[in-house]
Ligand binder design. Sequence first.
Ligand code: ATP
Length: 246
Amino acid sequence: MTDLLAVHDLSVIYGTQAQAVERVSFVVGPREVVALLGANGAGKSSIMKALAGLVPARGELIFEGEPIGGLTVRQRVARGIVYVPEGRAVVGSLTVRENLVLGGYQLPATQRRERLTAMLDLFPELTGRLDGPAWRLSGGEQQMLAIGRGLMAGPKLLLLDEPSLGLAPLLVRRVFDRLAGIQQGSNLAIVLVEQNLQMTMRLADNIHFLRSGRLVGHRHRSDLQTGSARQEVIDAYLGSASHNAA
Ligand code: ATP
């Protein structure tokens, strides 16, 4: 299987500070969901921003067989790499419809309309709220809108940064169920950043553990079927802070 994305020795350094990400390497196959799990400050978002082209990075990024490290954010979006940042970054003052349209701004009008309809099929909660401001949506609905806006561009690779952040457990489950449905019915690959092992296992094929900017372990979903295997992973890689989340 040819990799969709290959990350070799990726490093991110902010100013003169210590390295936020240190020589991280992993691959993402077509239609694969790869998760990066780690505590706060482990470097997860920095990796995502580096993949999206939002922060300067060292190392090699190969997407569909071609180097993309020198491409701008916009050029990466055009190649099919779309970043959904953490914190449900919807534009609250715009309507739900406007937020969605924003995600597909580069598309011809007919295709944009088709995608909008497809998004409302995926997230029917948004249908009755299309012409209201996005800030009126609940946390879970805002997260669905943020994901829907990312999908409007028709990505091949979705970079999804902590979709569970700040959501009540019931909403977290709903968002992850929806993501599983989307991913099964499409050619979409996902890099998922999370602190929640339980939810991550619902979606991810491969899970990499990140600590202090380095990858310190890896498990396939099938390695985590038993409670004791999961507990071992929590103890070894995620610590007590993530115990509750998992
Ligand atoms: P969280 O779950 O809290 O978002 P994270 O695993 O995503 O954490 P990052 O946000 O990538 O971690 O941060 C990794 C390290 O880089 C941290 O020490 C953080 O303080 C630092 N860092 C992140 N962004 C910047 C920035 N813009 N300037 C300087 N340091 C930064």
